[in-house]
Unconditional design. Structure first.
Length: 282
């Protein structure tokens, strides 16, 4: 290669012939005879692949651009002739997922660092389409090019092939994403105490830290100590009475008299949290 420091690329051609049958051999022989062979030839009907030479050696399917030897551009300049016609894009009704031969071609290109992009844009429709054949893009960008992108050349192949199909990569089924452990909601004793002090003397419906209060109220409902109608996020007198009942009869039997005042402490809240899937914090 003349410019191995330039990015690797792959050039798409069409043979302007039918596909299937023994066309791969006959067209391959013709390309050798006229000294215009690429590195690879592919039949989209049979999924057969032919190779004329190493991918890191020059092909002969491109015209030179003035004094620059176009076939020798870049780290590699892999060229592939696909059996088909530019006016009838060969990717039509073609499923790359069922074509292991094509998948191997793409894997080989990727192994040489050819990126999965078309720097000059998708191949143009043929006939009727046109490309700028930018020398700047051709010489400085790596990726996939159509014959119609190459400076110094006048062919319009391969036509408007589907680049998403062309760049297909078999990755296999994705492994299941491990589920993240669900984080338990946190309820602060300090917030509950503040809520009890503010909500009880206030007007009905007054709320302080309602999200945390509602978690505790739902737990008290589940324990059979609070009517569901009062699980409203307000730490009012009904919730205080219910929490006092929890302290007396459910929290280990260690709360009696004034200790069972319905105002949460960390120890009693931790016991409630252990039974109802939340975390008690100071």
């Amino acid at each position: 290669m003349d410019t191995p420091g330039n990015p690797p690329r792959l050039v798409h051609h069409t043979t302007e012939s039918p596909a299937g049958g023994s066309y791969l051999e006959s067209v391959g022989s013709y390309l050798i005879r006229v000294a215009a062979e690429p590195q690879l030839i592919y039949c989209p009907v049979t999924d057969r692949v032919g190779q004329f030479g190493p991918l890191n050696h020059s092909g002969r399917a491109l015209r030179n651009d003035g004094g620059r030897r176009t076939n020798r551009e870049g780290r590699v300049c892999v060229q592939i002739e696909v059996l088909g016609r530019a006016a009838q894009p060969w990717t039509r009704d073609w499923d790359p997922a069922k074509k292991p031969g094509w998948q191997k071609i793409m894997a080989a290109a990727r192994s040489w660092g050819v990126p999965d992009v078309f720097p000059a844009g998708p191949p143009a429709k043929y006939p009727g389409g046109s490309k700028s054949r930018s020398r700047t893009i051709w010489q400085s960008k790596g990726g996939h090019f159509s014959h119609g992108d190459i400076p110094g050349n006048d062919h319009g192949d391969p036509g408007a092939i589907d680049i998403e199909k062309v760049l297909y990569e078999k990755t296999g089924p994705k492994p299941p994403t491990p589920e993240k452990p669900k984080e338990k909601p946190k309820v602060s004793v300090a917030h509950l105490v503040a809520a009890a002090k503010k909500d009880v003397p206030a007007a009905d419906g007054h709320v302080t830290h309602p999200k945390e209060v509602r978690i505790v109220e739902n737990a008290l409902v589940a324990e059979g100590l609070l009517n569901k109608a009062y699980a409203d996020g307000s730490f009012g007198s009904k919730t205080v009475t219910a929490y006092a009942a929890w302290q007396r009869s459910k929290a280990g039997g260690s709360y009696t008299g004034s200790a069972a005042d319905g105002i949460p402490g960390l120890a009693s809240l931790k016991r409630l949290a252990a039974r109802h899937d939340f975390t008690a914090v100071p």
